[in-house]
Design a protein around this ligand. Structure first.
Ligand SMILES: Cc1cc2nc3c(=O)[nH]c(=O)nc-3n(C[C@H](O)[C@H](O)[C@H](O)COP(=O)(O)O)c2cc1C
Length: 337
């Protein structure tokens, strides 16, 4: 007869269960409290929450404009909200990249409606008043829609991605020496292209490359004990909780940050560097200790660290064999009813 439990299975007694449940509750409360405090579940709280709402509204307009047949005059309520938010944001906090992008988006919306024969005089006047607040010396930023072609998408996207993915390994041996800063910049720029919920771009990354700082950050993390001393750079990837506004979004930050982290790891791979994800599956006291060391704010939901560095000539990596495709993929599962 087969044993009821596989050998070595953890049998947890009633007191241990109670303790585990308590620890789980404390940790869940820690996450919930930070979401409550920093998100705008209960309303706009300041600069970042207002910025988030502007990005969401701007996204709604761009999205609408990109449909096959946008309806002339769609989304008037959102346009009014965005004009209000943009004006008050610029007056309170000054003109920044968010303002620039939102003004471009509103101009694109106005131009579309002018082309569709709508009366845009009031909006045009409002945009004129907002534009008077404009103070922008940075690189040009765009908003609205653009036309792209299949030829361009396919030409620029044409890499053997399966081969690229198969050539990536979690690297735990590194060649000594610093990583070229432009490679880090390019990898982060690629990670910034990761999709994010309503284009809110909630992800933040803190990177250390100075050897002593790298080691101090790595000392907080438990999964690098036998190789951390070889790592040349460490990144902490987080999602900014100030961007979330509904209870149903409570796990969205983990999704955004996980996707961003993967893009960053692939970006480092594309730059010819080695990288390894380093889990941040920690209980709240350790999470607080990391913030104390680094100054990363409580509003940042830390999801994962990434260690990286230059690749040695040859190295040994685990095979990490993936299962057959059917252990992962189910196609066309018959639907019920
Ligand atoms: C969220 C996450 C956390 C991870 N944490 C660690 C870690 O702390 N230390 C480590 O050496 N590897 C870590 N890894 C790497 C995995 O062990 C590795 O991705 C897996 O074994 C597959 O190997 P491969 O990446 O070489 O394909 C982590 C991976 C992920 C996705």
């Amino acid at each position: 007869m087969a044993p009821a439990q596989p050998k070595g299975a953890r049998i947890v007694g009633p007191w241990a269960r109670l303790k585990l449940a308590w620890v789980l509750t404390l940790n869940a409360a820690y996450d919930a409290r930070r979401l409550w405090k920093h998100s705008y579940l209960t309303g706009i709280k300041g600069r970042e929450t207002l910025r988030s709402r502007m990005h969401m509204t701007g996204h709604f307009l761009e999205y609408g404009l990109s449909m096959r047949s946008p309806r002339a005059g769609f989304g008037k309520d959102r346009v009014a909200l965005l004009c209000d938010d943009l004006g008050s944001y610029a007056r309170h906090y000054g003109w920044d990249a968010t303002c620039e992008i939102m003004l471009r988006t509103l101009e694109a919306y106005r131009d579309f409606n002018a082309g569709a024969g709508q009366d845009i005089a009031a909006l045009d006047q409002e945009l004129g008043q907002i534009a008077a607040l404009r103070d922008w010396q940075g690189a040009p930023l765009r908003g609205g829609t653009e036309t792209v072609t299949r030829e361009e998408i396919q030409r620029r996207g044409k890499i053997d991605f399966l081969d690229f993915a198969e050539a990536r390994h979690s690297i735990r041996r590194f060649a000594p020496g610093p990583v070229a800063p432009d490679k880090i910049d390019r990898a982060v720029r690629a990670a910034q292209m990761t999709p994010s919920s309503c284009n809110r771009q909630t992800c933040r990354v803190w990177i250390w490359t100075e050897p002593e700082a790298v080691q101090r950050v790595l000392a907080m993390q438990s999964g690098n004990r036998n190789f951390g001393h070889e790592v040349s750079g460490v990144a902490i990837v987080a999602s900014d909780l100030t961007h979330w506004y509904e209870v149903e979004e409570r796990y969205q930050g983990w999704v955004d940050a996980g996707m961003f982290a993967m893009s960053l790891a692939l970006g480092l791979h594309a730059e010819g560097l080695g990288a390894v994800m380093l889990n941040w599956g920690e209980e709240y006291p350790q999470d607080q200790a990391l913030r104390e060391l680094t100054g990363i704010p409580e509003s940042a939901l830390v999801a994962v660290m990434i260690g990286f560095g230059n690749l040695p000539e040859t190295l040994t990596v685990p095979v990490s064999q993936r299962g057959p495709l059917d252990t992962c993929l189910t196609m066309n599962l018959p639907l019920k009813g």
